[in-house]
Design a protein around this ligand. Sequence first.
Ligand code: LLP
Length: 387
Amino acid sequence: MITKEAIKAFGSIETPFYYYDIELLNKTLQVYTSLIKKYGYSAHYALKANANPKILSIIQKAGLGADCVSGNEVAIAVKSGFPADKIVYAGVGKSDKEIKTALKAGIFSFNCESVPEIRIIDEIAASMGKIAHIALRINPDIDAHTHKYISTGRKEDKFGISPWMFNDVSELFTSCKNIRLVGLHFHVGSQIMDMGVIKLLCTRIEELQKWFIEHGYNIANLNLGGGLGVDYENPKEHPIANFEGYFDVVNKNLIVRPGQTVHFEPGRAIVAQCGHLISRVLYVKIGQRKKFAILDAGMNDLIRPALYQAHHNIENLVSDKRKMRYDVVGPVCESSDKFDSNVMLPQTKRGDLIAINTAGAYGQVMAMRYNQRDLAKAYYSDELCRK
Ligand code: LLP
């Protein structure tokens, strides 16, 4: 939520910038943690969604662990206070240096994505005199019905170990002495709104884990990954993701054996709605059939619309005039630098403050300096609007 007080404070800040509603983040975390407590689940926040230090510190204090995808993310998680035994590390291409960083930190598990990777982790662990705890990231061959770039669980996706590789993996556990299997890991995609996908995942997990149990493995942990979607259309109506529905589906459909723990890796659903990209209108350009609102924020600040044709709700924070249609674009020299077409906004003029909402996940963290533009700074509701 962007309050009137916040809009007043925005007046003296250079745009574009990210604005975080810390109250909403805390509320989201409260709802989330009370549900995982209720079901006895564990959660590792996916740092890739937003690794802003203040946001990380709040999430760490709420008791979540960390899900990392690079050695630097592992190092940042440790620095932010996440206990090493609550850090998991996934990714198809872990470098030797990154593996060493994670082994040194003593993380909970490597989520391993291929046979050669497991062999290298074993070699490196042996050279360091350590035992690497590994979970197998299994490719369950499920279509998450989401954008093709964020769908990760189909058999031809690059992620995970497919069932026809299980025998090879099993041989590794016999021959490699510095790895220990601690669980199975799954992640089928992001921005999943269809709970049928989660139900199907639970069914597939049961089919897949049976192979390991029948072959004498103890599967201590089941990690279902992240992926729960958020409402990009109507963020004000649904500021908190459907955690209740999600966990209800898991609780009813996942078979959990005695002694097994169940883990999750939420990213987007924790941070998306609390973040906004705030921008000013530089120019309104009137075309023959279109009106362009040209912002001072561009695709380098928020790349999701250009990269995934993602839709973000856009608001004019200061005009209450009659609504008109605009193409909302950025200043970067690329035709794809467009936030959305045919957006109904109150009549907009140079200097108006524009909010691009639901930008807390994969926003600031994916920003870049293309065109040598400055990186947008971040401001926080609890600092900007002190009570
Ligand atoms: N765990 C694993 C192994 C993942 O690959 C991901 C996200 C997550 C957890 C967290 O998923 P979430 O809860 O955030 O859906 N940049 C894209 C999203 C990429 C997601 C990559 N993996 C976007 O802006 O939509």
